[in-house]
Write a protein that binds this ligand. Structure first.
Ligand SMILES: [Zn+2]
Ligand SMILES: [Zn+2]
Length: 347
């Protein structure tokens, strides 16, 4: 079968690989659509861990792709919860089930946490093997394209659920990439009124406006914080940091009102400074979330009922053969792109 395999930095090859086989507790999927994530781009441009993952035992070369939907084509003999033919979305976390975090239900914070598609062969392939426990059935009226968006939506949705946001609150979202845009849809669904989105790209800001941002602010401006304070009578209730950079975190901390909260969703590649004095003076708090836990059924329900119209985030659909040029390189160079979906099999 065909798969997009990471061999090295800037060396992802669409090539023929062995079709995978199910082991106990696993199911095999025909992949329908798979989304390209910022972490795939990071792996493409900056590399992957070369160590074997402690749970999957796998190390590169491996097939990328962790945001995907598919149809079950085979189940292991001991699998009783799923059957061939089911349309599904995959929760791609790998965890031990035994550590302190796992035992408390925080499997996203497992001491050995990994991802299908980053630490084990993933969904940029015709077929993929996943553990039964990470399979979530899609209702008939949720498309496979929407199914591929469940994973990134879950990241934003979980962060919004874990934040202090209450209906009627004002929020600021720093960063209008896919996670920022999906956070925008989630805060809208949760009842935020003023939704202020900040980004360096005018094209991304236009997309944010389309999706329901009430105010867009170009991140090059030097009066971002003052503008937010004026619009919100002193600051927002929650600032979502979806960029993972020092300037956006500094502005996020300065933008929250007394008793407000900064919620960090983006991954920070290096340590940054935080003005604790500002937080203390406002008795504001700062917190973070990583991935998601126990929210896939809710996200699928929200998409199915139309409360989260995630289709709006899809900007392009391509075939697996074109993933490097039309996918990775285009996302790096073209800020108009938000979510690009890849179809492994053309029919
Ligand atoms: Zn991702
Ligand atoms: Zn664990």
């Amino acid at each position: 079968m065909k798969a997009a395999v990471w061999h090295n930095i800037k060396d992802v090859r669409v090539e023929q690989v062995q079709e995978p086989e199910v082991l106990p507790g696993q199911v095999k999927l025909k992949v329908e659509w798979a989304g390209i994530c910022g972490s795939d781009l990071h792996a493409y441009s900056h590399g992957l861990s070369l160590e074997a993952h402690p749970i999957s035992g796998q190390k590169p070369p491996l097939t990328l792709g962790h945001e995907f939907s598919g149809t079950i084509v085979e189940v292991a003999k001991d699998v009783t919860g799923h059957v061939v033919g089911e349309r599904v979305a995959i929760e791609p976390l790998i965890y031990c089930g035994e550590c302190y975090a796992c035992k408390r239900g925080y499997y996203n914070q497992c001491s050995k946490v990994g991802f299908v598609g980053l630490n084990r062969d993933g969904g940029f392939a015709e077929y993929v093997i996943v553990d039964e426990k990470m399979v979530h059935v899609l209702p008939d009226h949720v498309s496979f394209e929407e199914g591929a968006l469940v994973e990134p939506t879950a990241v934003s949705f979980y962060a919004v659920r874990e934040s202090k946001l209450k209906p009627g609150d004002s929020v600021a979202i720093f960063g209008a990439g896919p996670i920022g845009l999906l956070t925008l849809l989630s805060v809208k669904a949760a009842g935020a009124t003023q939704i202020i989105v900040i980004d360096l790209s005018e094209e991304r800001l236009e997309k944010a406006k389309e999706l329901g941002a009430t105010t867009i602010i170009n991140g090059m401006r030097d009066d971002i914080v003052e503008t937010i304070q004026q619009l919100t009578n002193g600051g927002v209730s929650v600032a979502y940091e979806c960029a993972g950079a020092q300037p956006t975190m500094t502005s996020a901390v300065a933008s929250v009102k007394q008793g407000g909260q900064v919620m960090a969703i983006a991954v920070f590649a290096k340590p940054i400074a935080i003005d604790m004095g500002q937080l203390m003076f406002k008795a504001a708090d700062i917190t973070s979330t990583l991935a998601y836990r126990h929210v896939f059924p809710e996200v699928i329900e929200m998409i199915g009922t139309g409360r989260l119209d995630v289709k709006q985030v899809i900007t392009k659909k391509i075939e697996l053969d074109d993933i490097v040029e039309e996918g990775f390189n285009q996302l790096i160079n073209d800020k108009k792109q938000a979510k690009i979906l890849v179809r492994p099999i053309s029919d």
